[in-house]
Design a protein around this ligand. Structure first.
Ligand code: ADP
Ligand code: MG
Length: 240
């Protein structure tokens, strides 16, 4: 579903992605782990065209991701993103946040969007918060609204960029629980995370990235329990 072939990306003279090749199959959950500044967010942002890349190729369902092509709009609706900071509109209710994309980007009839929006809020355990404004919700609840909003676009895949890093520890579990349910339901997911327990239990594959290259990738259990590369071992020792 998602394929990166030898992707390079620089910010001015800073060579941030140095030949990243990876693929994500339909229904697969891939976790990306690695130190801060290694290029994890940049990879996600390149996949859905929030950022351009210099050379190499990124394909989503066989279609090239090209930020300068009109087709980028369809890539962005097919691949939703959930951010560390939930990026909800503070002056719109939870439900209004969820239906915004379907109505304004996908031109769905309002009633249909509202009906699905309520269903999605129920799916993330927030049926009773449809009319609440983001500042009235906890961080965990806001992030669950953000996940419902991502789902509202009926994406083929969802990219999560450290979705629990901004949360108080006691709120992390409710968000991971929603993500685990999505994974069980067969959603294709790429998850940048420091939650090694989640990676171990939910990920089909783990990529360890350092310095803009994938140093090691494989089955979650292999990488997390028996890393081969010294840099992976060192990283895991520091985060677990
Ligand atoms: P990670 O998500 O793994 O922490 P990022 O992908 O955010 O890493 O960043 C990788 C490197 O690229 C970092 O050194 C960061 O400072 C740099 N970088 C990211 N975005 C930009 C940008 N828009 N302009 C300049 N440098 C950037
Ligand atoms: Mg990041």
């Amino acid at each position: 579903m998602i394929e990166l072939k030898d992707v390079h990306k620089s910010f001015n003279t800073h060579h941030v992605l140095r030949g990243v090749s990876a693929s994500v199959a339909k229904g697969e959950v891939v976790c990306i782990i690695g130190p801060s500044g290694s290029g994890k967010s940049t990879i996600l942002r390149c996949i859905n065209g929030l950022e351009s890349y210099d050379t190499g190729e990124i394909l989503v369902e066989g279609h090239k991701v090209d930020r300068n092509s009109p087709s980028i709009v369809s890539v962005r609706t097919q691949v939703s993103m959930v951010f560390q900071r939930f990026n909800l509109f503070p002056h719109r209710t939870a439900l209004e946040n969820v239906i915004e994309g379907p109505i304004f980007v996908k031109k769905e009839p309002r009633l249909q969007a509202v009906e699905r929006g309520r269903h999605l809020l129920a799916q993330v355990g927030l049926a009773e918060k449809a009319n609440a404004y983001p500042p009235q919700l906890s961080g965990g609840q806001q992030q669950r609204v953000a996940i419902a909003r991502a789902l509202a676009m009926q994406p083929k895949a969802i990219l999560f960029d450290e979705p629990t890093s901004a949360l108080d520890p006691e709120l992390v579990g409710e968000v991971l629980g929603v993500m685990r349910k999505l994974a069980d339901d067969g959603m294709t997911m790429v998850v940048v995370t420091h939650e090694m327990g989640f990676a171990k239990e939910v990920a089909d594959r783990v990529l360890f990235i350092d310095g803009g290259t994938i140093v090691e990738q494989g089955q979650a259990r292999e990488i997390l329990n028996a890393p081969q590369h010294a840099r992976t071992k060192d990283f895991l020792r520091r985060v677990t």
